[in-house]
Design a protein around this ligand. Structure first.
Ligand SMILES: CC(C)(COP(=O)(O)OP(=O)(O)OC[C@H]1O[C@@H](n2cnc3c(N)ncnc32)[C@H](O)[C@@H]1OP(=O)(O)O)[C@@H](O)C(=O)NCCC(=O)NCCSC(=O)C[C@H](O)C(=O)O
Ligand SMILES: [Mg+2]
Length: 267
């Protein structure tokens, strides 16, 4: 069981091959950094990215939570990625393209919480078992890959993936692990990002993965309770007497009090 209160609201991917981004990352307000060794890194720069990742992690990121995304199980690069993590202090390892709990095998020895990426049709059907694996602390939606696997004509059309997106939240909740939304590619579309982040929260995600520094503040705002929500939760908790009762024009019961307390814990 992973406590939702401790879930990162914002998880910024930082390509291991981008020296400027690695340097800039410690000053950014993301709740977690994910140094990427997978898709952001060109095939001919993997060694360089691993070395840069190691140097950056050893130098530290100003107390920020840090994870590394290794290459997927079954790829030629994964063993070298895992070797490169062996003696580092990290908060999590991100494993892409987890289709079944057996894919977790190679990273188990690291003894780190695993954030498992759900990004194929097979993974959607296995998400419940993946989330329930004791090594797993959270599920991250990998919607670029999922859209590709589904052969969607319009690429990242979330409405065409709504069943899959909800399956990820359901699996995470059933297992008691974090539910983390996918990335938004249109980095210059500020309103579009805000809308998608708000939708992610409405769907039940705890936080969202990001690709650009400009997405961090809107993401943190979207996944933090608003002043209006805090005031409403405080009033609800103060008014609660137990069992069913009328409050502010609606019925509330114990689960509403629990939800209000959980929201207040995320202030
Ligand atoms: C998307 C980008 C390639 C855009 O790059 P660019 O146009 O060069 O960015 P800017 O010029 O606007 O950058 C402004 C400054 O911010 C720094 N920066 C940019 N991105 C990051 C970052 N991710 N982390 C830290 N710092 C960053 C730049 O260095 C500039 O700094 P300064 O010099 O001070 O002005 C680029 O943003 C990028 O590479 N993003 C990350 C891409 C990535 O990691 N992709 C892989 C993960 S997404 C994925 O795979 C999801 C999943 O698997 C799925 O299937 O969906
Ligand atoms: Mg992916």
């Amino acid at each position: 069981m992973t406590h939702p209160e401790s879930a990162p609201r914002s998880l910024l991917y930082v390509p291991g091959s981008n020296a400027r981004a690695l340097e800039k990352a410690s000053g950014l307000a993301a709740d977690m950094l994910i140094i990427d060794l997978e898709d952001a890194v060109p095939a001919d720069r993997k060694d360089e990215a691993r070395a840069a990742m190691r140097a950056a992690v050893m130098a530290g990121f100003s107390g920020k939570r840090v994870a590394v995304r290794v290459n997927a199980t079954g790829t030629a690069e994964q063993a070298a990625d895992i070797d490169a993590l062996a003696d580092l202090t990290l908060d999590a390892v991100v494993l892409p393209k987890v289709d079944a709990p057996t894919d977790l095998g190679p990273v188990r020895g690291l003894g780190l919480p695993v954030l498992a990426m759900i990004e194929t049709p097979a993974a959607i059907y296995a998400a419940r078992d993946i989330g329930a694996d004791p090594a797993v602390a959270g599920l991250i939606a990998g919607l670029n890959d999922l859209a590709h696997e589904l052969k969607l004509p319009d690429g990242m059309d979330r409405s065409a993936m709504s069943h899959a997106i909800q399956a990820i939240v359901l699996a995470a909740r059933a297992a008691g692990v974090w539910a983390l939304d996918g990335v938004y590619n249109a980095i210059d579309n500020v309103a579009g990002f805000a809308g998608e982040a708000a939708e992610g929260r409405r769907l039940g995600f705890d936080g969202k993965s990001l690709i650009h520094p400009s997405q961090i503040n809107p993401c943190n705002a979207a996944f933090a309770p608003s002043a209006r929500e805090i005031a409403a939760a405080e009033a609800l908790v103060a008014a609660a007497t137990g069992g069913a009762q009328r409050h502010d024009g609606r019925m509330i019961e114990d689960m509403h009090v629990a939800a209000a307390r959980a929201l207040l814990a995320r202030r």
